[in-house]
Design a protein around this ligand. Structure first.
Ligand code: ZZB
Length: 258
């Protein structure tokens, strides 16, 4: 399984546990199969209790992800020494919750790390980028935060990290429209990010249709088919230093349907 890792740059001032890295570049890296949707990012999801590490890459940049993902990267020529992860800090999600990031392609200048409780520790990097226009999971989790002030305060999230952020129309799908996840969420009457069955159904509805019938509506790609520009957008981000390619070991492909 080939993922695109989206480099979301942590903005200073750095959180307490990463203060000593001030002046070094730190990126939260999110694994995605949908690089063409990065125009619609509104936030970054992390799980408050999942352990993460900060580690040094061959380029000198600092990445943040689960240790498992870091180990995989160490076997993909991304660290200075093959098979070795140069750990500089150990964290849990909550240590970097509610922090500002700069992410590629999205029209929001700054986006925040916010809590998602359905993140899987053994998939991707444990850091997930949020595209609520096209991902039902993301829209459901964003709605949970918007609708429930106590949920925000529990994780020290302030209103301005959530309330100004809305799904951005980026892809048009025939019969579903340009906010596929929102439409599907409403149609299936999804109540929360824990509505697992309905969310699975929603994802099936939008996923294939988005890929095979979706058309981009963002400026420079307007009118082009998703399947024609996916690779082009991915490569452009890689070339600009905003993304890297990352392979997930085979067994994880099996667990996708689990
Ligand atoms: C942006 C995006 C935009 C995503 C979209 C999906 C959609 P899959 O197909 O099951 O492999 N993801 C990545 N890592 C995790 C994790 N650890 N825990 C929970 N979710 C994770 O799923 C790959 C997608 O699952 C990734 O692509 C990521 O969200 C999320 F419009 O990134 B995606 C209909 C889906 N649309």
């Amino acid at each position: 399984q080939e993922y695109t890792l989206i480099k979301m740059q942590l903005l200073e001032p750095y959180p307490e546990k990463l203060k000593f890295l001030t002046d070094q570049k730190i990126f939260l890296v999110a694994a995605t199969l949908r690089p063409e949707t990065m125009f619609g990012q509104t936030n970054c999801w992390i799980h408050p209790n999942i352990p993460l590490i900060a580690y040094k890459m061959a380029t000198g940049e600092i990445f943040v992800s689960t240790r498992r993902a870091a180990r995989n990267m160490a076997y993909q020529e991304m660290t200075a020494q093959q098979g070795h992860v140069d750990v500089v800090a150990e964290l849990i999600g909550q240590d970097i919750m509610g922090k500002p990031l700069k992410a590629p392609l999205t029209s929001y200048e700054v986006i925040y790390t916010l809590p998602m409780l359905t993140i899987k520790e053994d998939k991707g990097t444990g850091v997930v980028t949020s595209v609520p226009s096209d991902s039902p999971d993301d829209y459901a989790a964003l709605c949970d935060l918007k609708k429930k002030p106590p949920f925000r305060s529990k994780y020290s999230i302030s209103d301005e990290m959530v309330l100004p952020y809305n799904p951005i129309p980026i892809i048009d799908i025939p019969e579903i429209g340009s906010l596929a996840a929102v439409t599907t969420y409403e149609k299936l009457n999804i109540q929360s990010q824990n509505d697992t069955e309905k969310l699975t159904e929603a994802k099936e509805l939008v996923y294939l249709k988005g890929f095979y019938e979706g058309t981009m509506i963002v400026e420079e790609y307007a009118g082009q088919r998703v399947q024609d520009v996916k690779k082009i957008i991915q490569q452009k981000m890689v070339k600009n230093g905003d993304a890297v390619l990352y392979m997930e070991p085979e067994k994880k492909v099996m667990s996708r349907s689990a």
